[in-house]
Design a protein around this ligand. Structure first.
Ligand SMILES: *Cc1c(COP(=O)(O)O)cnc(C)c1O
Length: 485
């Protein structure tokens, strides 16, 4: 086998093939090669098409069902942005093109999109620079916390921990831990936001920073945020904004103005690009200019003549965080979405997301318990604790909803609410669709009163009713061919 490039390739950070190996024959050890052909099932094209079409029809997706999965912002992915991402020049762009000598001129359109998306995101969130590279929100968090560490190191600061409220998404403490920090959890107060007095007790000069999402995972906006930022900055800590809930505040307020220094966004949530089983996604990270030198390489630069190029010349950079341009086709979709909606449209997105969640809250609060009965933002969290006493748990209500034609809401998260049912309708649902969901929830409420025992039998409409998820996680067997049929 020959390596792809015959010509010399400039040695740039991140490109793995040393120049001396280009064009060489590569030997693959016998133990890695097949000795006989793989026993793949032989079926006709039609059988194959039917198999996969039928499998896809068993799926619940935003294209087929209402999908109020809280904290995930499962909004509709408009076909307009899909069409833009499928333009040949974008879809067939080879990631290595920009690595070729003088390759930049072959990729000007792509670089311009990366550059302009960065500028739009700066304006939307009030930050100074972005990296478009991280491939998910959690990946953005790690990137952000690594920059936090690089910043403190450059200033000679000795920092030990990161402060995180108890309602945070699990990825926040995980990212902090991977970056080498311990974490301190701050409880929520009776209003459902981080208790500022408890913060004051824990905050010392050892704090590298605070990670917070606003509105938080209770769907509640923390209006003490500027005061919190002042407290954290006073001990030379940095404010990290988990942007997964940006959908609630689009066009209304900006993390940069609230005092945040680092922001990650989930393009696959707020900016209507596809989610998948862990991907594809994109988690761009924005920073205030004091932190810009630490951004990952490469960064897109603009020359005096208006042309774009990949710039690797940032000696303080935390380095290389993802291949090539990040998840480029996701960024193209987000760019198209931002261009399509404009400032006014983005503001309406946030406003309608909040309106829809509050509509659900008001109509359902007579039937289900609210831990925090106050105006919510883009999502509302009910507690099925009273139902659980009758033997019907949050998971049972979720399974019931599947039979009614709805993807279940998020259950058992946030951990701060017992038997949590976290509902996020997003702005793209019609009143009819939302009313249908509300009716199903009311029917569930009535059925719990009359016949709680039947809830153990849902769902009945799915090929598998209740998989043993614990067993599946402990004894994972993902090999189809080992399955005894
Ligand atoms: C989704 C989410 C994340 C993680 O983002 P991924 O893109 O799934 O990695 C972090 N925080 C909150 C609040 C989230 O909802």
């Amino acid at each position: 086998m020959k390596l792809i490039f015959e010509k010399s390739i400039p040695e740039r950070p991140g490109f793995q093939v040393p120049r001396s190996d280009v064009g060489k024959k590569v030997k693959i050890d016998k133990k890695y090669t097949r000795s006989e052909s793989a026993s793949l099932p032989e079926v006709s094209e039609l059988d194959c098409v039917r198999h996969f079409t039928q499998l896809s029809q068993r799926n619940y997706s935003v294209d087929t069902h209402f999908y109020p999965l809280g904290s995930c912002t499962m909004k509709y992915n408009p076909r307009f942005t899909e069409n833009i991402a499928n333009i040949r020049g974008f879809a067939c762009l080879h990631p290595l093109l920009a690595q070729l000598p003088n390759g930049d001129h072959l990729t000007q359109g792509a670089l311009q999109i990366l550059y302009e998306t960065e500028q739009s995101l700066c304006e939307i969130t009030g930050m100074d620079n972005y990296t478009m590279q991280p491939l998910a929100g959690a990946h953005g968090e790690l990137t952000g916390v690594m920059m936090m560490a690089a910043y403190h190191k450059s200033k000679g600061n000795k920092k030990k921990y990161i402060i995180i409220p108890d309602s945070a998404h699990g990825t926040n403490p995980a990212s902090a831990a991977i970056a080498g920090y311990t974490t301190i959890s701050i409880p929520s107060n009776a209003e459902g936001v981080m208790d500022i007095d408890k913060l004051k007790e824990k905050l010392t000069g050892d704090a590298a920073g605070l990670m917070l999402t606003n509105p938080n995972t209770h769907g509640i906006f923390n209006n003490q945020i500027s005061e919190i930022a002042e407290l954290v900055h006073a001990v030379d800590g940095l404010m990290y904004y988990d942007g997964a809930n940006l959908n609630a505040i689009l066009g209304r307020c900006r993390p940069g103005d609230m005092g945040f220094d680092i922001v990650h966004l989930n393009l696959h949530k707020t900016f209507a690009t596809p989610h998948g089983g862990g991907g594809p996604g994109a988690g761009p990270v924005g920073v205030k200019k004091e932190l810009s030198p630490f951004l990952p390489i490469s960064r897109v630069g603009k020359k005096g003549d208006g042309s774009y190029y990949l710039n690797y010349d940032y000696p303080q950079s935390i380095g290389y965080i993802a291949a090539f341009y990040g998840n480029f086709s996701i960024i193209v979709r987000a760019y198209a979405y931002i261009m399509l909606l404009g400032q006014q449209g983005l503001q309406e997105v946030g406003d309608h997301a909040v309106l829809n969640a509050n509509y659900i809250k008001e109509r359902l609060k007579k039937y289900f318990k609210l831990k925090y009965d106050r105006t919510c933002m883009h999502e509302v969290v009910f507690s099925a604790a009273p139902e659980a006493q009758k033997g019907v748990h949050a998971i049972d209500i979720a399974k019931y909803l599947i039979d009614k034609g709805f993807h279940p809401p998020t259950v058992y998260f946030p951990l701060t609410v017992k038997e949590a049912i976290m509902i996020e309708p997003t702005e793209t649902e019609s009143k009819q669709a939302i009313d249908g969901f509300i009716e199903a929830m009311i029917e569930a409420h009535d059925l719990i009163k009359k016949k709680p025992e039947v809830f153990k039998e849902f769902p009945q409409s799915t090929p598998i009713s209740r998989p043993d998820e614990v067993k599946a996680a402990r004894e994972l067997n993902a090999n189809y061919f080992n399955k005894k049929l």
